[in-house]
Design a protein around this ligand. Structure first.
Ligand SMILES: [Zn+2]
Length: 403
C-alpha cells in the first residue's frame, strides 16, 4: 500500500512501541492511532486525542489489531551459495565437525559454492531471502560479505548487495573478508589479515563506493587474534567504515573490550564475554548483539549473559545471525521468543532488542520505534495483546505491513 501522503491508522486495538527517549521503556497505547505523513510517523497517541487537522486525512482501518514497529536485524550473512542441510543431518548421525572439515566440507563448501555463483545468481538468492524476511516483518537489516574469501568473490558479493540496495531493499552492508582463513592462506592468518587490511579492503571500497558502511572480523581462538582484529578494523576505519566484531563466541579472547577500545558499533555473539568486557562495552556505548538462535542451532548451552549486560547498563540487541553453517534462521519471531525463553529478557526488553537497539547500532535513529519522526513502516498483528507473539511459541503469526 503506497502511503506517501497523509493518512491515519485508526480502529487499532493498540500500539506497542519502544520509546527512543529511554533505554528500555515500551509504551502500550490501548486505543492508539498513528498518523503518517510523507512516509514518516507524524503523530502518535490515543485515537480520542487525534488532532483535528488529521480528521480529514485518509483513514486506514486497523481492524482491531495491534500495531508495532518493524523488526531490524543487525547481524546476517544473507549472501552465500548452496546450503548445508546434508551436513546438518550427518552431524546428527554422529559425524564430527572436524571430520566434515577434513573432507573439505563445512564453511569450505559454502565458499566453493559462493565463488561459483554468478552476480545474477547471488542477486536472485538475496532477493528470495530478503522477501521471506520482509513478509515476516523485517523492515531493515545488516548483511555481511565473507563467504567469498577472495578479492574477486568478495567484490562480487559487494556488487550484489549494491544491486539489492538499488532495487530498494533496506540494507546496511558490512565488509567481512576476514570471516575465515581461505584455503589459499591456510596456516598463515598473519598474512591473510595483512592482505585484507592493506590491499583488499581499500580495493573493495574503491570498486564499490558507498555500498558498505561497516567492517567486521571473526576474532576467535584458532581464527583471528585481537591483533588481527585491531589491524583489519583500523584499516576499515581509515576507509570510513565503522567496526563491528564477532567476539567471544567460543572462548573469551578479550573481544568485547577490544570492540570498546576501537569504538565499534557492536560486538556480536559474546557467549563468553568477561565481566570486564561487559563493563567496557557499557562505558563505550558498544551495542552487545546476542544471537540466541545460533546457540540453539549449534546445540550449545552457553547462552550469552544478556541479563548481566542489561544490568551493567548495555543496550542489548538481538539478531538472527542467518548463515548456512551455524544458524539457518529466517524467523524474527524465533529470535524474539528465544530472547524471552532462554535469555530471560522481559517481553518489553526483547521487543526493544529486536527493534530500537539494533537500529541504534546501525545508526538508524528513525527505525525501531513508532514515535514522531520514525519511518512509517507499521506491522499489524492479529492478536488481542502483543504478548501473544511470544506466548504462543510455535505460532506462525504473519503481520500485515503498512507503509
Ligand atoms: Zn556472524
Amino acid at each position: 500500500m503506497g502511503m506517501k501522503k497523509r493518512s491515519v491508522i485508526t480502529n487499532l486495538r493498540g500500539v506497542v512501541t519502544p520509546d527512543p527517549a529511554h533505554a528500555w521503556a515500551v509504551d502500550y497505547l490501548e486505543g492508539g492511532a498513528i498518523a503518517l505523513d510523507g512516509g514518516h510517523v507524524a503523530w502518535l497517541g490515543f485515537q480520542k486525542d487525534l488532532p483535528s487537522e488529521w480528521r480529514a486525512a485518509e483513514q486506514v482501518d486497523g481492524q482491531r489489531r495491534w500495531a508495532s514497529p518493524g523488526f531490524v536485524d543487525p547481524h546476517t550473512h544473507i549472501l552465500f551459495g548452496g546450503d548445508r542441510s546434508q551436513e546438518f543431518n550427518r552431524r546428527l548421525h554422529g559425524v564430527t565437525y572436524a571430520q566434515i572439515a577434513a573432507e573439505g566440507g563445512g564453511i569450505r563448501e559454502t565458499v566453493r559454492a559462493t565463488r561459483q555463483a554468478s552476480l545474477e545468481e547471488l542477486i536472485a538468492i538475496g532477493e528470495e531471502r530478503l522477501r521471506k524476511l520482509a513478509r515476516k516483518g523485517v523492515v531493515h537489516l545488516e548483511a555481511k560479505t565473507g563467504y567469498g574469501l577472495s578479492l574477486e568473490s568478495e567484490s562480487r558479493l559487494l556488487q550484489a548487495y549494491g544491486e539489492l540496495k538499488k532495487r530498494g531493499w533496506s540494507l546496511d552492508v558490512t565488509l567481512m573478508p576476514a570471516h575465515d582463513i581461505p584455503l589459499e592462506f591456510q596456516g598463515d592468518p598473519d598474512g591473510y589479515a595483512k592482505v585484507v587490511a592493506d590491499e583488499w579492503q581499500p580495493e573493495l571500497v574503491k570498486r564499490n563506493p558507498g555500498v558498505a558502511s561497516f567492517c567486521d572480523i571473526f576474532v576467535e581462538k584458532g581464527v583471528f587474534t585481537p591483533d588481527h582484529g585491531r589491524k583489519v578494523l583500523c584499516s576499515g576505519k581509515a576507509l570510513g567504515l565503522t567496526p563491528r566484531m564477532h567476539a567471544d563466541e567460543f572462548v573469551d579472547t578479550g573481544g568485547a573490550a577490544l570492540a570498546a577500545e576501537l569504538g565499534a558499533a557492536s560486538a556480536d555473539h559474546l557467549m563468553f564475554a568477561s565481566d570486564a568486557g561487559i563493563k567496557a562495552m557499557a562505558e563505550a556505548g558498544v551495542t552487545p548483539t546476542v544471537l540466541p538462535a545460533t546457540t540453539l542451532f549449534l546445540g550449545m548451552r552457553d547462552w550469552a549473559p544478556a541479563r548481566k549486560m542489561i544490568e551493567a547498563g548495555c543496550r542489548v540487541a538481538l539478531a538472527s545471525d542467518f548463515n548456512p553453517g551455524s544458524c539457518a534462521c529466517l524467523d524474527p519471531l524465533l529470535i524474539l521468543r528465544l530472547g524471552c525463553l532462554q535469555l530471560r529478557l522481559t517481553f518489553e526488553e526483547a521487543l526493544t532488542a529486536v527493534t530500537l537497539h539494533p537500529s541504534r547500532s546501525l545508526k538508524r535513529a528513525n527505525l525501531g520505534h513508532l514515535h514522531p519522526g520514525a519511518l512509517g513502516k507499521v506491522l499489524l498483528w492479529d492478536v488481542k495483546h502483543p504478548l501473544e507473539l511470544v506466548y504462543w511459541m510455535g505460532e506462525a503469526f504473519v503481520p500485515e505491513i503498512i507503509g
